[in-house]
Write a protein of this length. Structure first.
Length: 162
């Protein structure tokens, strides 16, 4: 018995590292961010139409984080940690963010002293044009500008998008 324990402890480090989790239905990484494709979607307690509806989302383009998959269903969470199971046809791979700090300045360039293009209220949804380590260029209703990513939800830390 002692011999098998000694052999088990000599496994190469690469064999002990875990591979990133991927969804069983999509083959895409978990967790990941998506957005709501429609202006209405029901988040259910389980992955079928027979499960009770816990949440009704009514904001098209709302960013959601996919945390699980079962067949054509995706388990999602919103910026407040609420969620449930939504059918995959109601979700889009288009990346959006939601502003989580009230009166967040949108600036003309990715610098804290740049000209303010707009002040964004808490809950505003924006399309991501690009994201650097500290700033994201966003599009909101025809306006474009840079926002410090600390004021946004819908991105992983250190995630860079072109």
């Amino acid at each position: 018995m002692a011999i098998s324990l000694a052999i088990a402890s000599l496994q190469p480090v690469s064999a002990q590292t875990s591979t990133p989790e991927v969804g069983s239905g999509s083959g895409l990484p978990l967790p990941r961010f998506v957005s709501l494709k429609t202006s209405e979607a029901r988040a259910r307690r389980g992955p079928s139409l027979t499960h009770r509806v816990d949440w009704l989302y009514t904001r098209r383009d709302l960013p959601l984080q996919v945390t699980g998959e079962f067949e054509h269903w995706r388990r999602v969470e919103d910026s407040e940690g609420q969620g449930g199971w939504i059918h995959e046809t109601l979700l889009s791979g288009v990346r959006t963010v939601v502003v989580i700090r009230d009166m967040t300045p949108m600036r003309s360039s990715p610098q804290p002293t740049a000209h303010e293009v707009a002040l964004l209220e808490n809950g505003v949804i924006a399309h991501i044009m690009e994201c650097a380590p500290e700033w994201c260029k966003l599009s909101i209703g025809g306006e474009r500008g840079w926002v410090n990513r600390e004021s946004l939800w819908g991105l992983f830390p250190d995630e860079v998008l072109d």
